[in-house]
Design a protein around this ligand. Structure first.
Ligand code: NAP
Ligand code: F7E
Length: 370
């Protein structure tokens, strides 16, 4: 039985990856930070199983800033594969805590690699590093001939997050070359899901779509509506992570959908899932989104109501304007075929948020009655 250690197991990707690895018959160990209240919502369904039948899932308290626990856990677990997904992953927040991000996202990667080396596991343990499209920084002149970023495109990170991750990228490559380790970077473009953190733009939009359609929120405040992202589904992307570690040779791969969409259009797509057509008027900080029509009798809003506004507090000191990835290598070499397209992703996210808001309304009503 193969043994995997996943850092960031309580996050969006960690939870999908844990499910995938368990399905494939792995024993899965997860690194979990101690928190003052429960933070395991995304993996509770797996964890609850582990009390009954699932003895192949185990959590270990630890933190990527602490070498001692990383060495101890890797020594105890003796993993065949490590997926280093743990990170402070919010680009805007990284401007507020740059040193912390460097420590976790940058040096944290080194701690994992060095622990494997100290323990003499270089030839046993394969390592996946969660690299990111933020490395490219969205510079137009660095795209390839297809107008996309690929494995050979130059990097130009535009945030403390991107700069920390570039250290993670290069130290992974360096350990591969210096110590002949099977250590790979997955350069993943944005991937989302109903489990996406609530402050990332897609989830913020789908949660607000549900709340506005059901009369629980008036207006959604967003930042840069002109940003463009290449959005895929996290479930597809964790499959690519696993495939990267099953190859004969360690290499780095871009994982992306190859299409880019404006934030503004993601808003339109989300609202159209509940039959509401949004019309945008104005520019920059004065741009606003209004209800143009409502075709679903369940979700009726006043025509002309303003539901979208721009709040400059969500702008970043330096922005990555446009990202689009070229997945040619991962498709041919990994045989990776995503199951979701953007409309399938939006559909699933909005449907789950509508269900959740409806449940909350019912619970509140039941609370009032009792
Ligand atoms: P996420 O939902 O924010 O999850 C991050 C995980 O890292 C959480 O489990 C978090 O634990 C953990 N973590 C944070 N600080 C830590 C620390 N000091 N020590 C140990 N664990 C720590 O992120 P995600 O979307 O799943 O992304 C997974 C990885 O891929 C991240 O490295 C991210 O930077 C990278 N990435 C993401 C995307 C994307 O679009 N999603 C694209 C490219 C790369 P808590 O639950 O305790 O906070
Ligand atoms: O922003 C714009 C914002 O925070 C996307 C992380 O997983 O993917 C993610 O980073 C775009 C940006 O993701 C709001 O300015 C507008 O241009 O959802 P996001 P991100 O910054 O692309 C990469 C690949 C990672 O590696 C990261 O870990 O949307 N935007 N209005 C907004 N963004 C947010 N968060 N909130 C807004 O209100």
């Amino acid at each position: 039985m193969k043994v995997a250690l996943v850092t960031g197991i309580t996050g969006q990707d960690g939870s999908y990856l844990a499910e995938l690895l368990l399905e494939k018959g792995y024993q899965v160990h997860g690194l979990k930070r101690r928190a003052s209240s429960f933070n395991t919502q995304r993996i509770d369904h797996i964890y609850q199983d582990s009390h009954q039948t699932n003895v192949n899932f185990k959590l270990h308290y630890g933190d990527l800033t602490d070498s001692t626990n990383i060495i101890r856990i890797i020594q105890e677990v003796q993993p065949d594969e490590i997926y280093n997904l743990g990170a402070m992953s919010h680009v805007k927040v990284s401007f507020d805590s740059p040193e912390y991000v460097a420590n976790v996202d940058g040096i944290g990667t080194l701690r994992i690699l060095e622990a494997v080396r100290i323990l003499g596991l270089e030839q046993k343990t394969r390592i996946y590093q969660a690299s990111t499209s933020e490395l490219y920084g969205g510079l137009a002149e660095n795209k390839n001939e297809k107008g996309m970023y690929d494995e050979n495109s130059p990097f130009y990170p535009r945030s403390p997050y991107g700069v920390a991750k570039i250290f993670g990228y290069w130290i992974t490559k360096n350990y591969r070359e210096a110590y002949n380790m099977f250590a790979c970077n997955g350069i993943l473009f944005n991937h989302e899901s109903p489990r996406r953190g609530e402050t990332f733009v897609t989830r913020k939009i789908t949660m607000a779509t549900a709340a506005i359609a059901l009369g629980q929120q008036d207006c959604l405040y967003l930042g840069n509506l002109d940003a463009q992202r290449d959005w895929g589904h996290a479930k597809d992307y964790v499959e690519a992570m696993w495939r990267i570690l099953q190859q004969d040779h360690p290499e780095d791969y871009v994982i992306a959908m190859g299409e880019t969409t404006y934030v503004r259009d993601f808003v339109r797509m989300a609202f159209s899932e509940v039959g509401i057509i949004i019309e945008f008027k104005g520019h920059g900080v004065n741009e606003k989104g209004f209800v143009a029509s409502c075709s679903n009798p369940e979700f009726q809003l006043e025509i002309g109501k303003q539901v979208i506004a721009v709040d400059p507090q969500y702008f970043r000191p330096t922005e990555v304007d446009l990202l689009i990835g070229d997945p040619s290598k991962s498709k041919t070499q990994l045989g990776w075929i995503p199951q979701y397209d953007l409309s399938g992703l939006v559909q699933e996210m909005v449907a789950m948020d509508v269900d959740r808001v409806k449940k909350e309304i019912m619970l509140n009503e039941a609370g009032f009655r009792s």
